[in-house]
Design a protein around this ligand. Structure first.
Ligand code: SF4
Length: 491
């Protein structure tokens, strides 16, 4: 059986032949099974797609399975011959390329092809997507006036969703790509109907959405591989590999890498923790009483609370450990209930929890600072109290990154990597929820789809989420204790 192209396959092939071949021949590959965070984004993307149709109203939906190609083509012809203002999922097949257009809008000057994206801007990879559809529509003889990408507008503020979408005319942008499309189609058709290609890693792997096959094509970049260097992305890793550097042990002094990576090189070569000069002074900022703060957030493509914009990360949970000057420790965990905007209640509880602390400690505090600034925008009457928390924020992540490296960090300063290296007796392994992406998806389920959970499931999920967030701040308490010990050590 000869394989066909689709718009998603064409884009994959435009990016990389390996990716296209595997997507066609191994559709069930483990790399292509979405994790919970990606699945949530895909689900929200589908909601965006459905809602977008209501912004180009009066259309006819080609409501058939994508495998029913002939029926879809016939239904599309029927809809084109009718006077429908728009066709949703209009289907075309030309040059062995099948495309279903998200929205085909009829205008006095011809049809507008609209590709709907749940992103908040036009991305490079959207252009071959629009180009292949434009090619197929023109080839089919359709009177195509314009090609557009319709994406989410970050200027939109709930409850006014009238400007939820921005429509960008990309006709001119894709025009230079169109002459290459027939050759691309021919090459891709030959590729997918031939043996597995052997393309080396290279420029196609970076400067784009993350390829799901990185783990298959790239060498193991843990341990002493140059790909594990902190702050050194795939592009720089590839450049180093091109220059013959594969192991951290091979790097010569003329190779320019970030400061933290330089410390990493020394630590890996000596196989021991390195602490830079000035660390003890940097630790002086953590003078108590201290509040340790951590947020968990939800992110909705289509905003649901007043003043929110698409994909805004809204805090719905926090954990706060307070350590008094004489070492007494208390904890406050707060988690929203479904059915209402929780931000005011959360802000009041957080202000109360941080009251009396000289400093508010947050690992990667710029995240907490941004969320607090957004709370100020939503709740201006609490601006003084919220600004006061922001002014007290201090960040041990910054200090570790600037002064400390342990070989077990494996190039990362995330709390999930630093904690097991410095406080090995504490870990996230035993928790039902053990990372932020899963927590965010589960929070969305709890708050926006409570009817899908039994009372028992709701109770368990709330306990798991509270435990996870609590461990984030407890980990920070224990890490700071450890860092203080290290700061006191001579030398
Ligand atoms: S990792 Fe690179 S070479 Fe491998 S499929 Fe992805 S883009 Fe292609």
């Amino acid at each position: 059986m000869a394989y066909r192209l689709s718009k998603s396959r064409f884009v994959a092939g435009w990016l990389c032949p390996n990716e296209l071949w595997w997507r066609v021949h191994e559709p069930d590959a483990p790399e292509l099974v979405p994790d919970v965070s990606l699945q949530d984004r895909l689900n929200q993307g589908n909601e965006v797609g459905e809602l977008a149709c209501t912004y180009v109203p009066g259309g006819v939906l080609i409501d058939l399975p994508h495998t029913a190609v002939d029926e879809r083509l016939a239904k599309t012809r029927e809809a084109l011959n009718s006077n429908a203002a728009a066709i949703y999922e209009a289907s075309f097949l030309e040059d062995d390329v099948f495309v279903a257009v998200d929205i085909l809008e009829r205008t006095d000057r011809g049809f507008n092809m609209i590709e709907v994206k749940s992103s908040t801007r036009v991305k490079d990879e959207h252009l071959p997507d629009a180009a292949i559809q434009t090619h197929v529509l023109r080839k089919s003889g359709l009177d195509l006036h314009r090609s557009e990408i319709m994406y989410l507008n970050t200027e939109c503020r709930y409850p006014d969703l009238s400007n939820l979408f921005t429509r960008a005319d990309v006709t001119e942008q894709i025009e230079p790509l169109l002459p290459d499309v027939p050759d691309q189609i021919a090459q891709q058709m030959e590729l997918i109907n031939g043996p597995e290609p052997e393309i080396a890693v290279g420029q196609q792997c970076f400067g784009r959405r993350e390829c799901p096959f990185l783990g298959r094509c790239w060498p193991d970049m843990t341990g002493a591989h140059v790909g594990s260097l902190s702050g050194v992305g795939l592009k720089k890793t590839w450049e180093l590999m091109q220059r013959g550097y594969h192991s951290i042990h091979d790097l010569t002094p003329d190779v320019k890498i970030p400061r933290a990576a330089e410390r990493q090189v020394r630590a890996v070569r000596k196989d021991k923790m390195i602490i830079g000069p000035g660390f003890a002074e940097a630790m002086e900022q953590f003078e108590g009483p201290l509040a340790f703060l951590d947020f968990e957030t939800v992110s909705r493509a289509i905003p649901v609370w007043d003043g929110c914009w698409p994909w805004q990360q809204a805090p719905v949970q926090f954990s706060c450990h307070v350590v008094t000057a004489d070492g007494e420790i208390t904890h406050c965990g707060w988690l929203a209930q479904p059915g209402q905007d929780p931000r005011e209640e959360l802000a009041l509880a957080m202000i109360e929890a941080c009251h009396g602390a000289v400093k508010v400690v947050a690992w990667y505090a710029s995240f907490e600072r941004s969320r607090i600034n957004e709370l100020i925008e939503a709740l201006p009457y609490l601006a003084d109290e919220l600004n006061d928390i922001n002014e007290r924020l201090v960040d041990p992540h910054r200090v570790v990154k600037d002064y400390v490296y342990h070989p077990a960090f494996h190039g990362s300063f995330s709390i999930k990597k630093v904690l097991p290296a410095l406080v090995p007796e504490l870990d996230y392994g035993a928790l039902e929820i053990s990372e932020g992406g899963t927590a965010s998806v589960e929070l969305s389920r709890l708050l926006f789809r409570p009817d899908t959970l039994s009372a028992e499931e709701t109770h368990k999920l709330r306990c798991d989420l509270l435990e996870y967030c609590k461990l984030d701040t407890w980990a920070c308490v224990r890490l700071l204790e450890k860092l203080r010990e290290l700061a006191k050590k001579p030398g």
